[in-house]
Design a protein around this ligand. Sequence first.
Ligand SMILES: Cc1cc2nc3c(=O)[nH]c(=O)nc-3n(C[C@H](O)[C@H](O)[C@H](O)COP(=O)(O)OP(=O)(O)OC[C@H]3O[C@@H](n4cnc5c(N)ncnc54)[C@H](O)[C@@H]3O)c2cc1C
Length: 381
Amino acid sequence: MRVSVIGAGLGGLCLAQGLRGAGIGVDVYERDAAITARFQGYRLVLNPTGFEALHGCLPERWHPLLDAIVDDTTVERLILDPRLNKIGELGPPRSGLVVDRHVLRHLLLTGLDVHTGAGLTGYDVLSDGANGEAPKVQAHFAQGESATADLLVGADGVNSAVRTVLTPQTIPTDTGVRFVIGRTPLTEQFQGLSRAWGAKIAGDGVSLLLGAMHFRIPPKQAAAELAPEVTLPDTGDYVRWAMILPPNGSLGEQTPQEAVLSRIEGWHPDLRALIEQADPDNSTLLSIRVVEPRDRWAPGPVTLLGDAIHATSPTGGNGANTALRDADVLRRSLIQADGGGRGLLDAVGDYERQMLEYGAEAVRQSLEALPAYVGKPKQAA
Ligand SMILES: Cc1cc2nc3c(=O)[nH]c(=O)nc-3n(C[C@H](O)[C@H](O)[C@H](O)COP(=O)(O)OP(=O)(O)OC[C@H]3O[C@@H](n4cnc5c(N)ncnc54)[C@H](O)[C@@H]3O)c2cc1C
């Protein structure tokens, strides 16, 4: 069996690792010219399902390294005013495992054949062979190349090109929520902000969300000690900050840092210093769009995984976890098909039935969590 995975995000890479480990041929095609081409280095909170899925897809010899690059976290989830006084609670304390997306992605890339600069533009399902063989699928890429496989997996994120062909009626919905996200090295000066990790700092029409990424062992060192064939980036501890802007907010001519600073005049000096000292190459404006899975498409050698079919609001903290779960569920089904225990289309159908159900639920939960984070509209003067 040969599988083409479109998109080298967390979901696609996790699936590719799982298939590689099972001896199934897999190629990954990524539109970006390089893996580090854009800001993607925020921290993620993994739940037990996502973490288990990662364990399932990665070779056992890397499990100690995976365990070393995550850190336990428990946060209080307070609502604070701009001077850091408690004014409420967002909900009960939350615990989980935090991991840096960029570091995890490097682990997931190890040993894979990833074709970069390969943006999928479309695909054709090749009709059944004369002797009734299962149909194959040919993917087409922007540079004019094509690739044929038994299964094409669209793991190409919220704007999925695969989805637009497979299920054109499934389109992203813009929630209108915009946020600026960035990161700042976690120096001694910011240790005093620890009460605000996981908190919402509620300002005038905006809210600032902070979270700490602390590595128990620097990831590069952890790889050198625990799995020398893996090269991880030299990433240090940092604070991830995100400012949710008023509805449909934009930055105008401002840089992300300037935009945040202009909205936090008079805030606690450590909060201002946090933004002032941010890494300028690691901040950006993002919009929250969701994809709600609708009806299932006709069975065939093409399927979808992750944000491509169930993009959640980041405030749900479940998008990556669900993408990793997809990878593990699909991996298990494909291993059965590869071993001759069932047909490929039957295996893919089984994955799709499960994924569409829990994927829709993940989107619903994330949308339910969104209003708690969105700032109240600014009072008219
Ligand atoms: C700020 C922020 C914080 C978050 N925090 C959490 C969290 O704490 N917990 C959690 O579970 N989730 C979190 N999420 C959500 C999570 O990051 C996503 O759900 C997850 O990364 C989706 O993975 P994916 O592999 O499906 O898609 P992506 O990571 O979007 O990867 C898709 C890949 O496909 C490539 N691609 C796109 N189009 C094409 C094409 N035509 N051809 C080839 N390649 C293509 C893209 O370049 C990209 O590399 C957060 C998201 C954000 C933005």
